[in-house]
Design a binder for this molecule. Structure first.
Ligand SMILES: [Zn+2]
Ligand SMILES: [Zn+2]
Length: 185
């Protein structure tokens, strides 16, 4: 029995949704095809924005991960695509947070956090959390307080800040501030 190209793509997505990540070897074994075939499938899928290749393995791209709604791993609030923050672990596990506030808490408190993704508050697309710009403590309390909103570009963050206040910070600085606030209680 062999899978068609479309079946393989669906199967690959299914595997990644279940496991978070997979190696090319693993996928070849699951689908009973050569690693060459998997390579070709993955190239196509990467092009379409479904997956991302990382260190010989593959993960789902933000587009698809953000489509799954779950409760926040920190505070249990429903996760909105607009503010979602996804912490990915080295072992392929993922934790979703309602917003960058919870996401950065999870990330800074867990071992093995490998790469995180966050939704750009203005445009809704998913960006790398490391490279995002955050607005800390704006007047717009969208989710958790103090509010932390993520932006893919500094320009957008600047624009937003002019309207709603708060301060522009990097991921490191946002984590630092969050922890500083907790320790004052
Ligand atoms: Zn939360
Ligand atoms: Zn939140």
């Amino acid at each position: 029995m062999s899978y068609s190209a479309i079946d393989r793509e669906n199967k690959i997505i299914e595997v990644l949704q279940k496991k978070g990540s997979a190696s090319i070897q693993e996928l070849a074994e699951i689908l009973k095809v050569s690693t060459m075939t998997i390579h070709r499938d993955l190239n196509k899928m990467e092009h379409a924005g479904y997956i991302q290749k990382k260190h010989g393995g593959v993960i789902l791209a933000g587009k698809l991960t953000a489509a799954n709604k779950h409760a926040c791993a920190m505070c249990n609030k429903p996760v909105s695509e607009r503010t979602i923050f996804i912490v990915q672990f080295e072992n392929g596990e993922q934790k979703r947070a309602c917003c960058a506030h919870c996401g950065l808490m999870i990330q800074s408190q867990s071992k093995g956090a490998w790469q995180s993704l966050t939704a750009d508050y203005l445009h809704g697309h998913v960006v790398s959390a490391n490279h995002a710009i955050y607005i800390f403590g704006s007047d717009l309390n969208v989710c958790c307080v103090p509010s932390i909103l993520s932006f893919g570009s500094r320009q957008d963050a600047d624009k937003f800040q002019k309207g709603f206040g708060g301060s522009l910070v990097t991921m490191e600085a946002a984590i630092h501030r969050l922890h500083g606030m907790m320790h004052t209680h």
